[in-house]
Write a protein that binds this ligand. Structure first.
Ligand code: MRU
Length: 349
């Protein structure tokens, strides 16, 4: 199974990010040698998607470590902390960012003060990157098997936002399941929500699926109920930015509405996310910090003003789907059906 797009690359001693702000018009890679610029790239959405943000932050720590050792030598561990804080402040909702930074910090604690930490940090970042791809492939198979168990013929699915190679280390979470099920001829068609306001669905998902030859149509977010009513869609498949101990899942704004619509139409709702997206320290989704971005993302498109200049826009970019609306959470460690705190603890500790 191919996954052609590479959002994050380490090449020639630097980090290279596919600029997702200019897709699909341009395929442009930007290069990074300083962690402060990587933090800005995450904030500005050069790279986005929970697992991709985590992988990028890990490479950001590599760049920070290299600079810290060059400048501060054996004081590098003190010197690096401001850069790490900057990375941690880049976006608030996806827990993968904090997970990756903590893992890099755990490694740093084991490294010597006097030796250049760059290679050890790089090895860890590459391991995080590879593990994410492996997790995606495992989830693709598990999600496929779950759907196949109750299907007697191919069916359509709806997805929201972008959860593919662009949003991860590679392959994808929800799009990984879709890729796998398309290749095994279980999925016959993908409905991609355009995903207002940033348009991850139209600009990224439609592009990624077309690259892979997967049959996709794009719809405005508000067409979802109408599409579900036609009866072809059997599953809604989405990713997540943070899943709490009880199985509540934060994902792109509009995911919660899809879950409510799916329940009404008797359509199954699947959340696909690696264990690095699970935050067992938060008992429920009410505690997840929800990022609010600038209102200009709503009032204008590519600098073209759509709304009155003076109107205030409310732009929360994630919402929380309650566990009771979720039929299955698919992680690389296994599937939790009808999630509860007990079931989540049993699988994820
Ligand atoms: O604001 P974004 O584009 O970073 O939001 C991304 C999402 O909401 C994805 O659905 C989520 O991160 C899962 S990606 C595998």
């Amino acid at each position: 199974m191919k996954s052609q797009v590479e959002a994050i690359k380490w090449e020639d001693d630097r980090l290279s990010l596919l600029d997702q702000r200019v897709l699909p018009e341009r395929v442009l890679y930007l290069e990074y040698t300083h962690s402060g610029d990587v933090a800005l790239a995450i904030t500005d959405m050069v790279v986005r998607g929970a697992p991709a943000i985590g992988v990028t932050a890990a490479y950001g720590v590599v760049l920070a470590g290299r600079v810290a050792f060059e400048i501060a030598n054996k004081e590098w561990k003190q010197y690096i902390s401001a850069a790490i804080d900057e990375l941690a402040k880049s976006r608030p909702t996806a827990v993968n960012l904090f997970w990756a930074i903590d893992r890099m910090k755990d490694l740093m604690a084991k490294l010597s003060d006097t030796e250049n930490p760059t290679q050890a940090l790089l090895d860890e970042a590459i391991a995080i990157h590879k593990e994410d791809i492996a997790a995606n492939k495992a989830m693709g198979k598990l999600g496929f098997e779950l759907m196949a168990a109750s299907a007697d013929q191919p069916f359509a699915v709806i997805t929201h936002c972008n959860t593919g190679s662009l949003a991860t280390g590679g392959f994808g979470t929800a799009l990984g399941v879709i890729r796998h099920a398309w290749n095994d001829k279980l999925i016959s068609h993908v409905h991609a929500d355009e995903t207002r306001p940033w348009l991850q669905g139209s600009r990224l998902t439609a592009w990624e699926l077309e690259q892979d030859g997967i049959d996709v149509t794009l719809n405005v977010d508000s067409a979802a109920a109408h599409i579900m009513k036609q009866g072809q869609v059997k599953w809604v498949i989405v990713g997540a930015d943070r899943i709490t101990a009880n199985g509540d899942a934060a994902n792109k704004i509009g995911t919660y509405s899809l879950a409510v619509l799916a329940k009404f139409h008797g359509i199954k709702f699947m959340v696909v996310a690696p264990s690095t997206t699970v935050d067992m320290s938060l008992p429920t989704g009410d505690l997840i910090p929800i990022e609010q971005r600038t209102g200009t993302e709503v009032t204008s498109i590519k600098g073209y003003q759509l709304a009155p200049e003076t109107v205030e826009a409310f732009n929360p970019v994630f919402d929380v789907t309650p566990a009771e609306l979720i039929d299955a959470i698919v992680t690389e460690k296994g599937v939790v059906e009808n999630p509860t705190t007990e079931k989540m603890k049993a699988l994820l500790g």
